[in-house]
Design a protein around this ligand. Structure first.
Ligand code: CP
Ligand code: NVA
Length: 309
């Protein structure tokens, strides 16, 4: 049994194995409908319990289909309906019940500490479906999408992030270190990654560069990533922050400074950080990106169950 909490804690070869498995599985079910089960039904009889302390559309749907396509099933708990949320039950006891009733737990939370606490008391795998510090299932899936579209290992590509230094970027930084790809980060000066992340970058041989100029950050880019400037539960002066990011909007002109065949990716939901003309252009691959979550999460589930081929 393995947990899937942070990309930085998962061995490189396991991350690569997940991507290879996802590719094979995606190819093998081209003619199947969403609810048809993969050959061999590898997670037959298994129950994935999901819980979201924050909103979700894609993660919820993609994990639902992921476990179904592997032959298992899912149950989504409403965080506000548990005794835990009202202080009436401990994480320890909640984790014990989850472990006795289910076979894996997918958790979107507002607290990294809670993820660690659950991990301590669960005897089933826990998957991080987004926390304040990371969004690992999203980024592993995005690495898959980039390689699928570009038909090259991501280590041979230049990736640019334009946006806030948030959970998604933290996971992208970890992916850059694990998969050895160049990553330019473009953001206003006051919104650079925090000291812990900068130290993590420094401690690992890396190809990560910071820019406070959006044009410079997209030079030679094969892929431009972005995310909402204001993340869920971001406790900031929103108007001020949005103003600071105005100069970093991704528009057609900016795309013209990147490589000709540069693609645009966004984990969604979007805000005003990207112009409609880019978002709805041919360069934008956001819908393919969202759908790939299913395929990669299936292989993440198999990894957690120790069933990755
Ligand atoms: N990208 C992503 O995680 O979307 P949701 O918040 O809708 O799950
Ligand atoms: N950074 C965003 C990602 C949403 C999928 C957030 O945390 O709200």
């Amino acid at each position: 049994m393995k947990h899937f909490i942070n990309i930085k804690d998962i061995p490189k070869k396991d991350l690569r194995k997940i991507i290879i498995d996802a590719k094979k599985r995606k190819n093998a079910r081209k003619k199947l409908n969403n609810l048809e089960v993969d050959k061999g039904s590898p997670l037959k009889g298994k129950l994935l319990i999901q819980m979201f302390e924050k909103s979700s559309l894609r993660t919820r749907l993609s994990f639902y289909l992921a476990i179904k396509q592997l032959g298992g099933s899912t149950l989504t708990l409403r965080a506000d309906e548990l005794h835990l949320s009202k202080g009436g039950e401990s994480i320890e006891d909640t984790a014990k019940i989850l472990s006795n009733f289910g076979n894996a737990f997918m958790f979107r939370t507002d607290s990294d500490k809670k993820l660690e606490e659950f991990k301590k008391y669960l005897s089933i795998p826990i998957i991080n479906g987004l926390s304040p510090s990371s969004h690992p299932t999203q980024i592993l899936s995005d690495v898959f999408t980039v390689e699928e579209i570009k038909k090259k290992p991501i280590s041979k590509l230049n990736v640019t992030w334009i946006g806030d230094s948030n959970n998604v970027l933290n996971s992208l930084i970890a992916a850059s270190i694990k998969f050895d790809f160049k990553l330019n980060i473009g953001c206003p000066k006051n919104y650079q990654p925090n000291e812990n992340i900068l130290n993590y970058i420094k401690d690992n041989k890396n190809k990560i560069f910071l820019y406070n100029d959006k044009k410079k950050s997209v030079n030679g880019a094969d892929v431009i990533f972005s995310d909402k400037v204001i993340s869920m539960n971001d406790k900031v002066d929103k108007i001020k922050k949005l103003n600071h990011f105005k100069k970093f909007k991704i528009d057609k002109k900016l795309m013209s400074f990147a490589k000709k065949d540069c693609i645009f990716l966004h984990c969604l939901p979007r805000g005003k950080e990207v112009d409609e003309k880019v978002f709805s252009s041919k360069q934008s691959k956001v819908w393919q990106q969202a759908l790939n979550r299913i395929h990669v999460q299936k292989s993440i589930l198999l990894y957690c169950f120790g069933k990755l081929r």
